[in-house]
Design a protein around this ligand. Structure first.
Ligand code: GAL
Length: 418
């Protein structure tokens, strides 16, 4: 491929540059090893759309894909930690904007990239509250590539109609939704599909968004909402009821498998972030006809926020390659092409909605108008260690090793750091 020839041709030059203190330091040419969990299926297609833009913008830099499969980084994050701790960081890695970054910052594993914000004009391109979320003690440690929404229900209208549910009548809250779930369940179909523990946490967070108002939901993370309050208890009871409608093989399924059950008409509903729309798109299903989507009932004025972002790790072997990648993922073209393929919306405010499919146009509108709250399952609300404790607690509960009271107590304690 053109790349190898280019790499060979510039290899000597790179060596020379590094000897002079510029360029990359291992003399093996200009490249960038990019670590993500976008390894398969529609997520890989999203990454490839970004790489196409990267290749156009930086034709002399080789993209090296270090993706590790597993939704929400379920496998990638541990491997990344091992690499960071043994001093073998990739050139850049995917991390969620918000509390998740704190761990890397505290461990001095990522560098301040605020000078790149200035260089690339990102202070103006990104919304102020996103920059605020990313700023820690006047420094910024990552650059967002896109924004996803977590609180979305995906449904198969045929399954709903078979159970006597009018797909146009979206339930107003979780209690109304439970009535519909019961109808599908009595009709013999899986009412709600879910997958392995992180997707169960994802379901739980959207129930909390539905049952608590935005202030109370935010308060869960800063200590101002009591985890044993009646509203929170109600949300956990709803979680129990909803889990009762789910598929038994859930712990062996990643998100694409769980969403696929709705695509295939084997389940009525699935709750998943809006990357799931690509599972319907790739099957040529038409939104509003072959599938429908709506915010988790009771959370329609809330945008469950998460953003993928990329870092410059301390000791990255190819910092120039990493900077080139950061330039592409923050550029208008990079953000537009990636989000078109991934179901997300650009973090930049200057993207043109007309360039996007209808779903993303709607999501852009809600992001601008709704109240934004932080996703738990995708690193915006809590540090990684807290999320991992919550995942363990949810898994203990859904496999029958703990009861609902214990779950509620343990999740509250995990957030409080007890
Ligand atoms: C999220 C990530 C999304 C998507 C999803 C499923 O954590 O932010 O971009 O990849 O996981 O793997």
């Amino acid at each position: 491929m053109k790349r190898n020839a280019t790499i060979a041709a510039i290899g000597a030059g790179a060596l020379l540059l590094s000897a002079c203190g510029g360029g990359d330091d291992d003399g093996d040419g200009d490249k960038v090893e990019v670590f993500t969990w976008w390894a398969e299926g529609t997520e890989l297609e999203g990454l490839e759309a970004m790489v196409d833009v990267f290749d156009e913008q930086h034709p002399d830099i080789e993209f090296v894909n270090a993706a590790v499969a597993g939704g929400a980084g379920s496998q990638a994050k541990d491997l990344l930690q091992t690499r960071l701790q043994s001093g073998e960081p990739p050139d850049t890695f995917q991390a969620h904007a918000g509390a998740e970054l704190q761990d890397y910052i505290n461990a001095d594993q990522v560098e301040d990239v605020s000078d790149l914000y200035e260089e690339f004009g990102l202070d103006e391109a990104f919304p102020d509250d996103l920059i605020e979320l990313l700023t820690v003690d006047d420094a910024i440690y990552s650059i967002p590539s896109n924004i996803h929404r977590s609180n979305v229900v995906w449904a198969n209208p045929e399954v709903l109609e078979d159970a006597g549910i009018d797909p146009d009548e979206v339930p107003a809250d979780i209690d109304e939704w439970i009535e519909d779930l019961e109808k599908i369940d009595s009709n013999g179909d899986t009412a709600l599909s879910v997958g392995e523990p992180w997707t169960q946490v994802h379901l739980l967070e959207t129930i909390l968004m539905a049952d608590l108002d935005a202030d109370a939901y935010d308060g869960l993370w800063d200590g101002s909402t009591d985890w044993s309050s009646p509203e929170v208890t109600q949300a956990f009871e709803h979680f129990e009821t909803l889990m009762g409608f789910t598929n038994d093989d859930r712990d062996g399924l990643d998100w694409p498998d769980a969403t696929q059950l709705v695509v295939d008409g084997s389940a009525g509903y699935n709750v998943m972030g809006d990357w799931a729309i690509e599972s319907f798109n790739e099957n040529d299903m038409e939104r509003g006809e072959d599938f429908i989507d709506f915010p988790t009932p009771g959370s329609e004025d809330v945008f469950g926020f998460l953003a993928d972002s990329f870092t410059l790790p301390d000791g990255a072997p190819h910092p120039d390659g990493a900077k080139a990648w950061l330039e592409t993922i923050s550029s208008e073209d990079g953000q537009t092409e990636f989000s078109k393929a991934k179901g997300s919306i650009p973090a930049r405010t200057d993207a043109d909605p007309d360039d996007f499919p209808e779903y993303q146009q709607d999501a852009m509108e809600s992001f601008a108008e709704d109240t934004t709250v932080s996703s738990l399952a995708h690193g915006a609300a809590t540090p990684a260690a807290t999320l991992s404790n919550i995942e363990d607690a949810v898994s203990k509960y859904t496999t029958g090793a703990a009861d609902l009271d214990e779950l509620q107590q343990t999740v509250g304690d995990a957030v409080a750091g007890d």
